[in-house]
Design a protein around this ligand. Structure first.
Ligand SMILES: N=c1c2ncn([C@@H]3O[C@H](COP(=O)(O)OP(=O)(O)OP(=O)(O)O)[C@@H](O)[C@H]3O)c2ncn1[C@@H]1O[C@H](COP(=O)(O)O)[C@@H](O)[C@H]1O
Length: 112
């Protein structure tokens, strides 16, 4: 399911790039430019962190799901603005499948 959702959303985001800003939220973000998009990514990252802390203490996960969706969505808009797609990120994650995070870190000389 994950890749179908990303594929459909990627197609929608691509189509919205040239839409009129008053007709679409995504188009309005592109129209405002990268700084506005990055502001939204930062906001949603902060809201995700707060929702995750709340989920840990309350056991209620609804908000962390919603905030993470907002973060992923705005990150995809950022990538689209830069001419990239979810596929670029999925390829990078796939490339890392056989690489242990600890080994990769050590190979960079960060042994902490
Ligand atoms: N997945 C999303 C999605 N997730 C979140 N959002 C919007 O992201 C916005 C940001 O939320 P905030 O909580 O910051 O609220 P806000 O106060 O309205 O934001 P600001 O005024 O501060 O900018 C809200 O307006 C949400 O509706 C989304 N808007 C669109 N999509 C997808 O993108 C498609 C294209 O949308 P349009 O471009 O609007 O047609 C949609 O069909 C959806 O599939």
């Amino acid at each position: 399911m994950a890749n179908d959702v990303l594929k459909t959303l990627t197609e929608t985001l691509e189509a919205r790039k040239n839409a009129a800003p008053e007709s679409s939220y995504v188009a309005s973000l592109h129209h405002k430019g990268l700084n506005k998009i990055l502001e939204k990514v930062g906001e949603e990252a902060t809201e995700t962190i707060i929702a995750a802390k709340d989920a840990q203490s309350s056991g209620v996960t609804k908000d962390v799901i919603s905030e993470t969706a907002d973060l992923w969505f705005h990150s995809l808009v950022m990538l689209s603005h830069l001419g990239l797609t979810a596929d670029d990120i999925l390829q990078e994650l796939a490339r890392r499948f056989d690489i242990s995070g600890l080994e990769e870190k050590a190979s960079r000389g960060h042994s902490k």
